[in-house]
Ligand binder design. Structure first.
Ligand code: AP5
Length: 288
């Protein structure tokens, strides 16, 4: 499965990609995450990308394409991948086409996540992520509650930070750049017969179900936790039923009982043999 998730900043590309990763076990390739990691590590790529990112503009195509070529060539992408935040303009879309053509691994689907402008701004203003494990929360829509698990990296409560480009001025610029440079990709992929558009507002699980439907993969809609719980319930339900059927058929006692009954039978048979032998011996003695 080779998928592109298209959508404006805050439309939920990262959130839904994570869910696909958990359910279909193919990697998420997020150019934003790769660039942020380069900035944090202070690499040459990070140094070159930083200014554009802080201003809400696109990073130079040549830098992003180099990164994508390298990542798509890694072995974990053989079963597929989810591109999140790439391509971002027509030049990147054409370059991706050529790259995947040369690898004979064309795209299977492109899904556009549609969210109203006001809702995008609200989501981005509320977004916070854990500085240690990177888990994404939202102060308004999914805050870390008392039942949130602790940070798996530190074992302590999550340490929430705001992304530097989630401030009001940069968000406005990112949304403007999206309309100008990325929106035209909707027509680009529609013309290629790859585009699906879904309503990405409302409950996160409902959006995942719509995404699963668009990709023709109903299994994607089931969360791994819910799947495990359903399996446990099915087994628990099946056990008394199986016991009832066995009792009805009047067959096979439990193994322990079967063993005990066999020992009794064996002992009785041995006693019978001994008894017959004693009687035979007595008869012989009587004859003499
Ligand atoms: P990038 O990191 O790609 O940012 P983005 O596209 O602006 O997208 P976001 O990560 O902001 O949003 P998202 O759609 O992933 O939403 P999320 O799931 O987090 O790029 C950052 C920068 O890097 C760019 O500005 C650019 O400079 C550079 N860059 C990256 N790729 C590039 C490229 N290809 N070329 C050139 N430059 C590039 O959700 C957002 C919030 O909403 C979260 O808090 C979440 O909890 C919440 N939420 C999610 N779903 C729902 C829901 N259904 N209901 C309520 N809340 C929800």
């Amino acid at each position: 499965m080779r998928i592109v998730l298209l959508g404006a900043p805050g439309s939920g590309k990262g959130t839904q990609s994570q869910r696909l990763v958990e359910r279909v076990h193919i990697p998420q390739i997020s150019t934003g995450d790769l660039l942020r990691s380069a900035v944090a590590r202070g690499t040459e790529l990070g140094r070159l990308a930083r200014e554009a990112m802080e201003g809400g503009r696109l990073v130079d195509d040549s830098l992003v394409l180099g990164m994508i070529r390298e990542r798509v060539g890694e072995p974990d992408t053989r079963r597929g991948f989810i591109l999140d935040g790439f391509p971002r303009n027509l030049a990147q879309a054409h370059a991706l086409d050529h790259l995947l053509e040369s690898l004979r691994r064309p795209l299977d689907a492109v899904v556009q996540l549609e969210v109203d402008y006001k809702e995008l701004v609200r989501r981005l203003a509320g977004r916070r992520s854990c500085a240690d494990c990177g888990r994404v929360f939202n102060l308004l829509t999914s805050p870390p509650g008392p039942d949130s698990t602790l940070c798996p990296k530190t074992g302590h409560p999550h340490r929430l930070v705001q992304r530097p480009d989630d401030n009001e001025a940069t968000v406005a610029e990112r949304l403007r750049v999206y309309d100008e440079k990325t929106r035209p990709l909707i027509d680009f992929y529609r013309a290629r017969g790859l585009l699906q558009v879904i309503d990405a507002e409302g409950d996160v699980d409902a959006v995942t179900r719509r995404l699963a439907k668009a990709l023709g993969e109903p299994a994607l809609a089931k969360s791994p936790k819910k799947k495990a719980a359903a399996k446990k319930k099915a087994v628990a339900k099946k056990k008394p039923e199986a016991r009832k059927t066995a009792a009805k058929a009047g067959r096979r006692k439990p193994a322990a009982k079967r063993t005990a009954a066999a020992s009794v039978r064996k002992a009785r048979a041995a006693a019978k043999v001994r008894h017959t032998a004693r009687r035979a011996a007595a008869a012989r003695r009587g004859k003499r």
